[in-house]
Design a protein around this ligand. Sequence first.
Ligand SMILES: [Fe+2]
Ligand SMILES: [Fe+2]
Length: 145
Amino acid sequence: MGLLESSDSLRQEHSEILRLTENFTDALALAGSDDFTARQRGLTELRTLRPALVGISRHCCCDAGLVDPSYRPYVNDEKFGQMDTQHKVIHRLVQSFLRELLYATADSIQEAAPLGEELAGQIREHIAYEEELLDSIEELCAVTT
Ligand SMILES: [Fe+2]
Ligand SMILES: [Fe+2]
């Protein structure tokens, strides 16, 4: 697969991650509610989203795209380092949130909502950052090919 084709598939992966993050945020809003029934629904939805969170965490562990060696020459060390740091932060937050989910009840989940919000914020920031990197990689490719 060429560099530009694989950047297309990365962008698709990113929009899927953003869509899941949207669902995650909706579930968090319910989980943070003062209404018990809403919190119960929120907790159920968050548990349903567990595989999605694991998937996002995997993206961060071994980001199949930007960590691809063919991208490396187009990303300077500082930018690469920042991306790597973001991956580690997201990975850690996902692990913490999954741990919270494990023992959460419809009452205690309210306390985990801010951690979830922090995670959602980091994911959105990271995806925006990687999209910017992809823009600049594509520009460089257009110039050099
Ligand atoms: Fe990433
Ligand atoms: Fe990515």
